[in-house]
Design a protein around this ligand. Sequence first.
Ligand code: CA
Length: 366
Amino acid sequence: MKRRQILAAAGVGLAATALAGCNKEAETAAKPQEGAGGETFNWKMVTSWPKNFPGVGVGAERFATLVNEMSNGRLKVKVYAAGELVPALEVFDAVSRGTAEMGHGAPYYWKGKVPAAQFFCALPFGPNAQEMNAWLHRGGGMQLWEEVYKPFGVLPMACGATGVQTAGWFNKEINGVDDFKGLKMRTPGLGGEVLTKMGGTVVNMPAGEIFTALQTGAIDATEWIGPYNDQALGLHKAAKYYYTPGWQEPNVTFELDVNIKAWETLPADLQAIVRAAARDVNGDMLDDYNARNMEALEQLKGEGVDVRRLPDDVLTKLKEVAAEVVDASAAADPVATKVWAQQKAYMQRLYDYAEMNEKDIYNIRG
Ligand code: CA
């Protein structure tokens, strides 16, 4: 019944403020607190993920649990899997129009609506998680991200990072640059645009559809995240080769979306709790991926998965095309132009530092 009311409300385009009002119950029995502290808020969080999906879906659940616990139940967040309230790729729209107060997804899923969103998410041959986080939280990235989403009534927060992904699962061998010609592959964002320029055909689809598409031959290849998540989707049962490295996504940053009108109804302490929980999940998810990817790859190798490295000439060509694609994508949108100009300059400073110090220790350490 409740779900029907929610769907009906979404259907008639009920304003976010009115909806937020419905979910806000005055807790008259509670002890008086500072400011608006006595109220209880029941919020919905729509996500792009299957229920309790390893890594990213678990991160969304962890966020809700933390908020519920830290607020002593004053802000209750109910997590909806992809498709329960809205489809996986419509999370941003749902939060923007107030169907849900919160959402969790990947910024580049809405690049059709917000081209600049991709730059807060993943760049082919771009930043790793540490570098992306440094830019977002210390280098001016978050201010730009908030500015970009403001016209849509959405407040973004970084809420999860994958670290370096893998190049994906292929049913065709990649021995040279020509092998991308005619390749049908699932990969979103700017990496997908690189594939298109290499002669491939790119499709985007949510997690729940990838296995069947690969198994039936509707696509020849897919990348998803890394061994931990890929194993959970069963992709090793539908493809012959597993390629590294994840050139298309040296990291993907996920986002928490908050409807700004709903956000403004929260007292300052609950706002601080939301921000703290998002920061916690942002770091914790990376820890989860680092540990579980290693374990999952050991298992996949044990099961005989054919793990391969993309050839050097292929990676060199992909890097060359990626640089063109990222610049062209930024140039096509005035907001993205502004974001990329700032980000590119900052990232180059981080890359120079990594080249001098981190890269050296990796090379020596082995
Ligand atoms: Ca991916």
